[in-house]
Design a protein around this ligand. Structure first.
Ligand code: 3EB
Length: 368
């Protein structure tokens, strides 16, 4: 595969969208906020403590202990040109537009409360809250907690987490597991169980990857309950649609591929992303030229010594306008060394169903 074949940004891409995620230099956050204080949906910082202006605390702020490789440090910012309203209750902080809700909650772990119980409580709370606020469709969830690969009571902490998440989502979601949100689960260096999410008034369309067994169908060798997430969610909107891509790794079928090889794992991950995007285009009748150029990726790398190699591969294979943030984090399987997630913007005003893309053949030639 040479590259993901995404087009360059259009000229009109500078207008502020109804929903946008991007990375800004941490130092510019304050002036950005002052310029448009009511357009912030959320902020994700990649350090433990939030050192920004306190006025920002009206919107959900997520602080994750995941060291950044990029310098100067970048902050993830979610904005909207639509008016944003805020709501905070029982530890869940939400920001809402007419279409979407960005929310965050953090639960401290305490001795005697297993991670599956804590996770179940967190998900119950957030599912009740999004329904009460009128955004019942969960599109995308990010999950972070420390020591993800450590054993506790004879089971890896990630697997405990999967048990709690599965129970809450299976109880709540109509048409489980077909309505599962796209997901990320990454181990931090320290901190609480931190979950942030995007929910919507309208349902998204969940997409699976034909090269990969759906995570919710993984066999029991990976844990007593399968990981409850979709490979991607397509969020249709008349003001610009988005493809929200789950963290993607070097997993083929359900097995980890290229154990011990960061270079090949990165290539395999890119191949998975390419196939997932192409598959989305095919089933939803999207031409490759309809991606509007908004492309934001986040790369998690387990070992700092692999950073430069991974960055060089992505530099070569991703178009130059793509925004990329590199973080050090732990994947949920010990043998995985890199994971990549992303958000792609679509120029189209609505997403058609079940139409074959005429660009189909041409795109496949670009694959590995
Ligand atoms: C995988 O493909 C890699 O448990 O929410 C990726 C994205 C992975 C999300 C999750 C796990 C999760 O199975 C791991």
């Amino acid at each position: 595969m040479r590259n993901l074949g995404l087009t360059c940004p259009q000229d009109d891409n500078n207008c502020i969208a109804a929903l946008r995620m991007g990375y800004v230099k941490a130092g510019t956050l304050e002036s950005l906020f002052k310029a448009s204080p009511f357009n912030f949906l959320g902020i994700v910082r990649h350090d433990r403590n939030f050192g920004g202006p306190s006025a920002l605390a009206v919107c959900p702020i997520v602080c994750l202990d995941l060291p950044q490789f990029s310098a100067p440090p970048l902050t993830e910012v979610w904005t909207s040109r639509l008016p944003v309203t805020y709501h905070q209750t029982e530890g869940i902080h939400c920001a809402m537009t007419d279409e979407v809700l960005f929310g965050a909650l953090q639960l401290e772990e305490r001795p005697g409360i297993r991670l599956d119980i804590l996770t179940y409580r967190a998900y119950r709370r957030l599912l009740l809250e999004i329904r009460a606020l009128g955004y019942p469709h969960l599109l995308r969830v990010w999950n972070y907690f420390p020591h993800i690969n450590r054993d506790a009571d004879g089971l890896e902490r990630y697997r405990h987490f999967c048990v709690g998440r599965h129970q809450a989502l299976a109880e709540d979601c109509l048409d489980f597991p077909r309505t599962l949100p796209a997901g990320t689960a990454i181990g931090t260096r320290s901190g609480p169980l931190s979950i942030h999410f995007l929910a919507a008034r309208q349902p998204g369309m969940h997409v699976e990857n034909p090269r990969q067994v759906s995570a919710y169908k993984y066999p029991h060798v990976y844990g007593p309950r399968s990981p409850s997430f979709a490979r991607a969610t397509l969020r249709p909107s008349t003001s610009g649609s988005h493809l929200l891509i789950a963290a993607t790794a070097s997993v083929v079928g359900h097995a980890s591929a290229h154990i011990g090889k960061p270079h090949t794992q990165t290539l395999e991950t890119l191949h998975n992303l390419n196939v997932l995007i192409t598959h989305t285009e095919q089933i939803h009748g999207i031409g490759r030229g309809q991606w509007d150029g908004e492309a934001v990726f986040k790369v998690y790398i387990r070992h700092p010594e692999h950073f430069e190699r991974v960055r060089d591969i992505l530099k070569e294979r991703l178009p130059s306008h793509v925004q990329i943030l590199y973080l050090q984090g732990e994947m949920c399987r010990r043998e995985l060394l890199v994971e990549i997630e992303g958000i792609l913007g679509l120029e189209m005003t609505h997403v058609a169903n079940q139409t074959k893309s005429p660009a189909h053949e041409r795109i496949l030639q670009r694959s590995c």
